[in-house]
Write a protein that binds this ligand. Structure first.
Ligand code: AMP
Length: 227
């Protein structure tokens, strides 16, 4: 099952992708994580991407497309994957379609996580990540038991540089300008399911999981999420 998670920053795509990927035993491929890894290891790609990430801008299509193309042909992607944060432009979506076509595959589902702008700012400004194992926390909604320390591995919790309020606003602007068009693109292909990110984390996981199960069983989708 090849799935895309679409939506503004802070819609909870990463959190849901993590859980669903474990449940369905398919890899969670986050373009943001792959780019941040490249930045941290100091590869050529990482050096180029750093400038854009820090400003809240999109990294040029070619860089991201190459990273994703390399990743989806790996052995663990044979039965499917969740793409989180990719595609983010119409041109990326078209390249993805073309690449999948050449591989004899296609996208099965696109989940669009909708959320209000106020929630985005609140969620991202309070988000903290473990510097070692990458676990996500939120200072208010999902706090660690010890302030600033990861419950799982004892690592230090950090704020992503691009989660600072001014960069969050820029990321939202970029989302509206360059990514929102993908909603119509996938709606036309009849593979888009809209999920309201205002429900609780577990309720959303169940909704997403039910839709995936129904699609796998090729049953009609009797779900409020179907658009
Ligand atoms: P994310 O972790 O998905 O919020 O992504 C963090 C940053 O990585 C974004 O603000 C962009 O600078 C960059 N990025 C991630 N995915 C893409 C993509 N598909 N196209 C362009 N830039 C991306």
């Amino acid at each position: 099952m090849r799935i895309v998670f679409l939506g503004p920053p802070g819609a909870g795509k990463g959190t849901q992708a993590e859980t669903i990927s474990k449940g369905k035993k398919i890899p969670h491929i986050s373009s943001g994580n792959l780019l941040r890894e490249a930045v941290e290891t100091g590869t050529d790609t990482g050096m180029k991407a750093k400038y854009y990430i820090e400003k809240g801008l999109l990294v040029p299509d070619q860089i991201v497309v190459d990273i994703i193309k390399d990743r989806i042909v790996k052995k663990d992607c044979k039965t499917g994957y969740i793409l989180d944060g990719f595609p983010r432009t119409l041109s990326q979506a078209k390249v993805l379609d073309e690449t999948l076509k050449n591989l004899g595959d296609k996208l099965d589902l696109v989940f669009y996580f909708s959320v209000s702008e106020e929630s985005v700012v609140l969620r991202l400004s309070g988000r903290r990540l473990c510097g070692i194992c990458g676990t996500n926390y939120h200072v208010e909604f999902v706090p660690s038991s010890k302030d600033g320390i990861c419950d799982k591995c004892g690592g230090k919790l950090n704020q992503r540089a691009d989660d600072k309020p001014e960069t969050v606003l820029e990321r939202l602007r970029v989302y509206h300008e360059q990514t929102e068009d993908l909603i119509t693109y996938y709606k036309k292909k009849s593979i888009l399911k809209q999920i309201s990110s205002d429900a609780g984390i577990e309720a959303i996981t169940k909704e997403v999981s039910d839709i995936i199960n129904c699609t796998l069983q090729k049953k009609p989708l009797i779900s409020r999420g179907v658009v």
